[in-house]
Ligand binder design. Structure first.
Ligand code: ADP
Ligand code: MG
Length: 701
């Protein structure tokens, strides 16, 4: 009971929250800082000095000894370099010090992070700059508590080298354009809009000792070999199933640590695949939700070993069972608390809702490949388009009610909204319940879910910054085009009706409510002219397409140079990750699989020889031996081929050409090599198999 009572006290206790600031800062300074946070006014050095001092006092009171600028480089994870607060005095003693300058600016070496050519090792300077819109917090590890100051990270030449900067820029961009549209639609009160995100995080938990025996899990985060066990996810008995004790203890621990950091971990349950789980927080402003999701992933990994577990965030740790994604729930709301994507009871009368809805539809249709890129990483290539999760084709699910409204708009006769009905379950003691106006569609990559869009393609292991700055920017662009047109009109109402009708006509092809996993959808989508990028490599060019660059520059989210750098980083990351996987396969085949299989083949061969020597029937043994040696030959051929393709890929200079080669030759050779290895696993005595199998990993916890 005590524990439950104290959760509101624990919650946010490690965060330099608004109420801590109000308590610790002089009124005037607090007001100045709030102005910067809320309205983006510039922060004066004097204010920074006072804030830094208060932050330091608060951190030290709580036991911190160090501080760090915490930033989000292009690796997809966060980075930090710890400095102690100590500062020497003349008498050999020290004081604990932290200045406004320390708070505002740090200088991490920029050359050791991916920069896409923006920084060479000889031009290393980079800056981390305090982002006061995201609260500072205390992180605990074996070294104690560290004050973490969220920052943006840029190069000496001013280019963004991180994922946070464009996200913050995109939030300003969509705000500017949304306010223009709101004014045209008669809203004169809203001063600011914000995009919110709730990121549902999927993950796997496996036993730590078993994990330690698999080089592929250690080096690549996924299994590169493994035959299917007799049981997978056929029985649907894991989804929402009762939690196993070890997992429950882990989740409790995780909740507690996240709550201390003010992260609203809310929903936890078992997912579809064995050993798969999910955590969903309550949504927040996009920049905060992004910081929080980074911390969620970090703490998921960090706390697992305490429970003898390892957390896998990879999109596809196991072939044959579901992979992991991140559902990025996204909406736009005003400072007055109105969710602009909330249709209300009679959406057909809600012009503001319809305008924003159509802006999203137009944005998604016009930037489908870019949005596909936004959800791309090498791991996600195993999910998207691989008959799982959403397909690689971007489409929007709206549901019956909104599709009906769009039809009416298209016909120029918008008069009604289908409404909720109630349903009874057929048992008199059960209450009748209100039925939602639409069903759900789990196969849609971009689904309207009542008052928000759920972008369901996002990779589980990556930062959500990129999907969200792309989403914010493409919607900002659509809103801008709407505003440009409406501002010129003599009669805004009439112009809006025309604009809505035209938008529906032009973009309805992106709307699809059927089964996104079916083959017929792939054909239908092709007929509709919707792009289908099966690999992330195919989508990277969309980042540097003239249209994209123009849009990012127009909204001051990315410059042309920054777009090019990001494209290069995507290629490089694809190449590096697949090459590491290939090298791991080569290592495992050479040092583990081959020796084990050859040793077992000898046992079988000896058996054949001794049985034959005494004139006994050795047909079964001989057949087994034949099967084994045939697969060893295939394994060897696959092994040699992969080595050759890998070597070739290393020698290619041009980054795009190299990525394409890696996809078409290295990646495909890896799949070929896996087949005989998985066959052999089923032929060899399990005592001989050199590492834990899928059955051991998936059902052990
Ligand atoms: P669903 O059942 O539709 O998945 P949930 O209520 O479980 O909806 O929410 C899933 C995620 O969406 C949660 O993280 C939740 O906080 C988030 N969410 C709910 N409303 C919004 C909103 N208006 N904007 C962004 N995210 C939201
Ligand atoms: Mg959901």
């Amino acid at each position: 009971m005590n524990e439950i009572k104290s959760i509101p006290e624990i919650y946010g206790s490690r965060v330099f929250t608004d109420s801590v600031m109000r308590e610790k800062l002089p009124k005037k300074i607090y007001r100045e800082l709030k102005k910067t946070i809320e309205n983006g006014t510039e922060l004066s050095p004097e204010v920074a000095e006072v804030v830094a001092n208060a932050m330091k006092d608060w951190a030290i009171e709580n036991g911190a000894t160090h501080y760090t600028h915490w930033f989000q480089p292009m690796t997809g994870i966060t980075a930090e370099k710890h400095d102690a607060f100590i500062s020497p005095l003349e008498d050999g003693k020290i004081i604990m010090e932290f200045s406004g300058k320390n708070l505002i600016k740090g200088e991490p070496d920029a050359s050791s992070f991916p920069s896409g050519g923006l920084r060479g090792t000889f031009e290393a300077r980079g800056y981390s700059v305090w982002d006061c819109t995201s609260p500072a917090f205390l992180k605990e590890d074996a070294s104690g508590l560290t004050l973490c100051i969220p920052t943006a990270f840029c190069s000496y030449t001013g280019e963004a080298l991180d994922k946070k900067t464009p996200l913050l820029r995109s939030m300003e961009a969509i705000n500017t354009q949304a306010i223009r549209v709101l004014r045209l639609l008669g809203d004169n009160d809203t001063a600011k809009i914000t995009t919110s995100v709730g990121a549902e995080q999927e993950y796997f938990l496996v036993d730590k000792d078993i994990y330690n025996k698999r080089k592929d899990l250690i080096f690549t985060g996924r299994t590169l070999f493994g035959a299917m066990p007799p049981k997978g996810q056929q029985l649907d008995d894991h989804y929402f199933g009762a939690l196993k004790e070890r997992v429950a203890a882990y989740m409790k621990d995780l909740d507690m640590e996240l709550w201390k950091l003010g992260i609203s971990a809310k929903t936890e349950h078992n997912e579809v695949a064995p050993a798969q789980h999910e955590l969903a927080p309550i949504y927040d402003d996009t920049n905060i939700a992004t910081d929080h999701n980074q911390l969620v992933m970090e703490y998921m990994k960090k706390l697992a070993p305490r429970h003898g577990l390892e957390c896998l965030l990879h999109e596809k740790p196991f072939a044959g069972v579901n992979g992991s994604g991140k559902h990025n729930n996204w909406s736009v709301s005003t400072d007055g608390g109105r969710n602009l994507l909330d249709p209300g009871k009679e959406p057909h009368k809600n012009k503001i809702f319809l305008t924003f809805l159509l802006a999203v539809i137009k944005a998604v249709d016009e930037n489908a490949v870019l949005l596909r890129l936004a959800a791309s990483n090498p791991g996600n290539d195993h999910r998207l388009g691989a008959n799982e999760a959403p397909p690689a084709i971007i489409s929007i699910f709206l549901g019956e009610q909104l599709e009906d409204i769009l039809n009416q708009i298209e016909l120029g006769n918008l008069t009604s909204s289908k409404s909720e009905t109630s349903m009874t379950i057929g048992v008199s003691t059960l209450p009748s319940i209100k039925k939602d106006v639409t069903d759900r569609n789990r196969t849609s990559p971009f689904a309207f879910t009542g008052n928000k869009f759920e972008f369901r393609m996002v990779p589980s292991s990556d930062s959500i910054a990129c999907p969200n700055y792309i989403l914010n920017t493409i919607v900002a662009e659509a809103l801008k085009e709407f505003a440009d047109e409406l501002e010129k009109a003599d009669n805004v109402d009439e112009a809006l009706d025309k604009l809505m009708q035209r938008t529906v006509k032009e973009h309805k092809k992106i709307i699809f409510s059927g089964n996104g996993y079916s083959d017929s959808w792939v054909e239908e989508a092709a007929r509709r002219g919707l792009p289908n990028c099966r690999s992330m490599v195919d989508s990277v060019d969309s980042m540097i397409a003239p249209r994209t660059v123009k849009m990012f520059e127009e909204h001051k989210v990315l410059t042309e140079t920054e777009c090019a750098a990001r494209a290069e980083i995507m290629y490089e990351s694809y190449i590096n990750k697949v090459q590491i996987e290939a090298r791991t396969m080569i290592d495992m085949v050479a040092k583990q699989i081959k020796p084990a299989v050859i040793a077992y083949a000898k046992v079988v061969a000896d058996t054949v020889a001794s049985l034959s020597a005494v004139g006994a029937d050795a047909d079964v043994e001989r057949e087994l031996l034949g099967n084994i040696t045939a697969n060893i030959s295939l394994l060897d051929a696959g092994f040699k081929k992969l080595k050759k393709e890998l070597d070739k890929s290393v020698s290619i200079e041009d980054v795009k050409e190299k990525a394409v080669f890696v996809k078409d030759h290295v990646f495909t050779s890896m799949e070929e090599l896996r087949k005989p290895a998985d066959e052999l696993e089923m032929l060899v005595d399990e005592e001989y198999w050199p590492f834990p199998t899928y059955g051991d990993i998936l059902f052990y916890v």
